[in-house]
Design a protein around this ligand. Structure first.
Ligand SMILES: Cc1ncc(C[n+]2csc(CCOP(=O)(O)OP(=O)(O)O)c2C)c(N)n1
Length: 315
């Protein structure tokens, strides 16, 4: 397998408490979901961002009233934007207080300035349209679209890059390249490189190999500022997928997984921060345990429109 360079960052800079809390909130949210699925408490599917939590955490303070387009692996994107684990958990569990009345589930969430989709590549043309609108109205806002390495197989990605460059749309494409698409290693599905593909459209390209949140922010701040001025960019994170593609469907060997576990961000942060990490992790675990108990006890969510159209849904 291609070397994912997430482990190549030489050191860890001092992380703010708030960032560490958010990283571990996302981590423990995802772990709680996998437990709930294993216990038969959830329907549908889920794709956790285990191993990739630092991407939205690093981006969060660089964004303001911007629009984030998320994908099937989007819980971390939502939590970093809204810090609302209760609303998201209720959404996924179909309980009252759900962000989208429980009809969106894990993959289809809409909230002010945030939209996720389970359809690979679907968001990019929409993001270009929103970005174009921002440019036309003179607002210095940007559209951010998260996609995986496997999503470079979708034609809509190229149509979007083409138009974004021609129209000088403030579009930031965040590629979370975890080295695998479901069960297919990236080198078996992607010919050439992401950078050449971006450059073919004269779109700015930046590669991020480390996991240090502060270093990533410092590197990306000028990139985001340029995007705001109408210079579309692709930011390519080389990350690691710690969990299964969805639930219990990891086809990687035990040796490969052990290697990923040793190299992903949390192992490095845990070593670096010791007790501080352990205490923050314990707090996030306890918060999630309380939240799971509380949300599980809520009544089912109701979508008023659905009940009007199909009175049986109220039963
Ligand atoms: C248009 C489309 N085709 C197929 C799928 C099924 N599918 C869901 S996730 C996935 C792999 C996505 O890989 P990647 O873009 O690398 O993201 P990752 O899952 O690694 O985060 C596939 C094939 C889909 N959701 N949408």
């Amino acid at each position: 397998m291609r070397v994912q360079a997430a482990e190549m960052a030489p050191e860890i800079t001092e992380l703010a408490d708030d960032d560490l809390e958010l990283l571990l909130l996302i981590r423990n949210f995802e772990l709680a979901l996998l437990d709930l699925f294993a216990a038969g408490q959830l329907n549908g599917t889920t794709h956790t961002c285990l191993g990739q939590e630092y991407v939205p955490v690093a981006l969060a303070p660089l964004l303001r009233d911007d629009f984030v387009f998320s994908n099937h692996r989007g819980h971390g994107h939502y939590l970093a934007r809204f810090r609302d684990p209760a609303g998201l958990l209720a959404e996924i569990m179909g309980r009252s207080g759900a962000v989208c009345a429980g009809v969106g589930g894990s993959q289809h969430i809409y909230r002010d300035g945030f939209l996720s989709t389970g359809v690979q590549g679907q968001s990019l043309p929409v993001a270009v349209g929103v970005a174009l609108h921002y440019r036309r109205t003179g607002e210095e806002r940007i559209a951010v679209a998260h996609i995986g390495d496997g999503t470079w197989g979708e034609g809509s990605v190229y149509e979007a890059l083409n138009m974004a460059r021609l129209w000088e749309a403030p579009l930031l494409v965040v590629v979370e390249d975890n080295g695998i698409a479901q069960s297919t290693p990236t080198e078996r599905q992607l010919a050439g490189t992401v950078s050449d593909r971006a450059r073919a459209f004269d779109v700015e390209y930046h590669s991020i190999h480390g996991t240090d949140v502060n270093a990533i922010r410092a590197e990306l701040a000028p990139v985001v500022a340029d995007v705001r001025r109408g210079v579309p960019a692709v930011v390519h994170f080389h990350c690691l997928r710690l969990g299964p593609h969805s639930k219990g469907d990891d086809t990687r060997s035990e040796a490969e997984l052990a290697d990923v576990r040793a190299r992903e961000w949390s192992a490095r942060y845990a070593r670096h921060y010791g007790d501080r990490f352990a205490a923050a992790d314990a707090r996030a675990k306890s918060l999630m345990a309380d939240l799971v108990a509380e949300v599980s006890a809520r009544p089912p969510s109701r979508w008023p429109g659905l009940v009007d159209a199909y009175p049986g849904a109220a039963a």
